[in-house]
Design a protein around this ligand. Sequence first.
Ligand SMILES: C[S@@+](CC[C@H](N)C(=O)[O-])C[C@H]1O[C@@H](n2cnc3c(N)ncnc32)[C@H](O)[C@@H]1O
Length: 370
Amino acid sequence: MTTRGSSADGLLLIGEAEDALKLLANGSRGERYLGGVKLCYLDPPYNTGERFEYYSDRKGSDDWLQALRANLTALRPLLSPEASVWLHLDDSEQHRARVVLDEVFGREAFVATVIWQKRLTRDNRTAFSSMHDYIHVYAPSGPKAWKKVRNGLADGGAFANPDNDPRGPWRSAPMTVQAGHATRSQFYTVITPAGTRHDPPEGRCWTFSAERLSQLDQEGRVYWPRGGHGKPRLKKYEFESAGLAPFTIWAAAEVGDTSSAKKALLRQFPGRPAFDTPKPISLLERIIEVATDPGDLVLDYYLGSGTTAVAAQILGRSWVGIERSRQTVETFAVPRLNSVLGQNRLAPCDIARVSQLPTQERATVRSAVG
Ligand SMILES: C[S@@+](CC[C@H](N)C(=O)[O-])C[C@H]1O[C@@H](n2cnc3c(N)ncnc32)[C@H](O)[C@@H]1O
């Protein structure tokens, strides 16, 4: 694994999420964090009723929701105007959590729910074999404004430059649209450079007026297939490509599944009781690439084994990870981060304890967050 970030611009806080979030907002370096978080990915205990090796996942539903609400409320002042919050859950509480998200961020902040295919094997012990989780995406600025700042997915389509176009590689797209809302200027006969005449197909019209088509042609932006006899096509350049809108269903084949994430962790930490619920690094990479640009700040206050911080570090983003279990941080998150940091290993001031701290540890935290 390689890291694109040259050194850690990160902070690990050991403690209760709400305390740590308030500390970030109120510390003397608060201006770094207040309004500075571009992405908050949250993978809390789902309230499945299970007891895992490293944490308990059993709470009364009201208490669980109350904790979610308190933490999201403490998060709000840290979010940048362009931020998005991704809350990852299963069926235990996701429907009730949506109501809390609406309450804290406003209904109009809802962007989408991503369905992640978390397992590929069938579980015959249950009435239905659940193979997906939910990731609720909210953007306080609302989906329209957020779309302008989010990144599209890499466009796998082939671009080429057979005519040495100085604008670089391109591919072509048809130059017709449905005739429903067309104006009269979009209905005419095109005469190609080789002299062939074309009318728009039935029910369609040309995308542009004859004047605009001629202007685009003079600019070298029109491709005439079949040696100049074919219908005009618009050249779409690689540099203009805004990427693809992410689908709301993410397949395990694209972003990994629970079992592959767990196996990767077992390989890295052989002989140690496995962390039960790690998320795949590739899933977090997808989220971080959509929601942030290099240098942006990524926050996860249910850090667990450290996946979000590791993925952020690999992609050259700054990060803050908060986790209440010191054992989980020391056993998994710190070694995982150090493995992607190489020589720039985490220094003691990158790791601090927050909750119920003895006096000398409070001082450590202050030196870390100001
Ligand atoms: C589902 S795990 C997160 C797994 C993580 N995404 C990963 O890939 O390893 C949830 C984690 O949240 C931690 N946690 C639960 N409540 C917390 C709280 N109030 N403050 C901080 N951490 C908390 C648990 O100790 C657990 O490690």
